[in-house]
Design a protein around this ligand. Structure first.
Ligand SMILES: Cc1cc2nc3c(=O)[nH]c(=O)nc-3n(C[C@H](O)[C@H](O)[C@H](O)COP(=O)(O)OP(=O)(O)OC[C@H]3O[C@@H](n4cnc5c(N)ncnc54)[C@H](O)[C@@H]3O)c2cc1C
Length: 289
């Protein structure tokens, strides 16, 4: 049962930040409510004030320029990302990832800011955005801070954000030339959270040798995990199937999975090895095209 609360509807970001400060120990932001309402219904979160930022149009945007890269406002819905022509052209991995994130209804209402703030280790956007080198801008009444998304998560459902802060923007640097990106989750139900997910980004030189690689594992631990030993296996190589398999093995060792009702830790580690091998290869194939 959801406990009574006072509903606050700020008209601007500044107003939202003032409300956050005023009720810092006893409030929660709500945006699409797609995750928050579930935990409120379960009685896991009880607050006296809900600050609804869904209507903040000033945070609903997708912008790009060649110098600064991509900027996505926090209240941008998953559906807007999925259908963005700009993203299909510049960062096609993001709309593709969205296609299998939740149901159409959830994508219509849930937001990228809410997804990243919720800090579910099984969330799809974080591993993909971390491979892309994303940063997350948060704001409070005191000012703004920018976190590297790869360092934003501290534990299961926990981030480095302070209670008086909210996410306002996601920033992604421009893609280097000859770069490919791939993401896949393994799940039991289509369009639900992954048992595990793997994102890979690979950059090559003119000869097809890998000059940069990033592999990020989702739901392979309590936060997204950067598979740095797998990346080291790839960098400097003109890869073949044995190299991709070695990268997959290394990613399995980088993972720290737990057992739950969906899968054992062993099965998760096996999936991570297979998906890391495949995603690294797919990213490389795109990069050398
Ligand atoms: C049936 C179902 C299936 C799903 N499947 C997937 C899936 O396959 N993959 C996946 O990644 N996700 C999945 N989700 C989760 C969904 O993506 C998230 O619920 C949604 O993106 C959260 O956005 P929201 O705007 O609804 O956030 P809310 O539910 O409103 O908020 C979520 C949390 O973030 C906080 N918050 C919201 N916005 C901000 C902000 N700007 N700054 C700071 N804190 C903020 C809230 O206080 C709350 O703690 C699924 C959800 C459902 C209900």
């Amino acid at each position: 049962m959801i406990h009574d609360f006072t509903y606050l509807k700020p008209g601007t970001v500044q107003e939202a930040l003032a409300m956050l400060t005023d009720h810092v120990d006893d409030c929660k932001i709500i945006c699409g409510g797609q995750s928050l309402l579930i935990v409120m219904r379960q009685g896991l979160i009880v607050v006296n004030y809900l600050i609804d930022i869904k209507g903040l149009k000033e945070l609903d945007y997708i912008k790009y320029d060649d110098k600064e890269g991509l900027k996505i406002g926090a209240t941008t819905t998953h559906r807007s990302i999925e259908f963005s022509k700009l993203l299909k052209e510049k960062y096609p991995i993001l709309p593709k990832m969205e296609e299998r994130l939740a149901s159409t209804q959830t994508r219509n209402w849930g937001t990228i800011g809410g997804n990243l703030a919720h800090a579910d280790a099984a969330g799809d956007p974080a591993p993909v955005l971390i491979t892309l080198g994303a940063k997350v801008k948060v704001a409070s009444k005191k000012g703004e801070k920018v976190y590297d998304l790869g360092e934003f998560y501290t534990d299961l459902f926990e981030s480095a954000m302070e209670h008086d802060e909210m996410i306002v923007e996601i920033q992604v640097p421009p893609m280097a030339p000859k770069t490919g990106c791939a993401y896949k989750k393994f799940n039991l139900l289509q369009n639900d959270m992954g048992v595990v997910g793997v994102a890979a980004k690979v950059t090559v030189d003119a000869s097809g040798t890998i000059t940069d690689a990033r592999i990020v594992l989702g739901n392979a631990g309590v936060t997204p995990i950067r598979a740095t030993s797998a990346e080291k296996v790839l960098i400097g190589k003109k890869p073949d199937d044995a190299i991709f398999a070695a990268a997959g093995e290394a990613a399995g060792a980088d993972a720290d999975p737990v057992s739950d009702i969906h899968a054992s830790d062993d099965f998760r580690r096996h999936l991570i090895k297979v998906l890391s091998k495949r995603m690294a290869k797919q990213a490389w194939e795109q990069a050398v095209k």
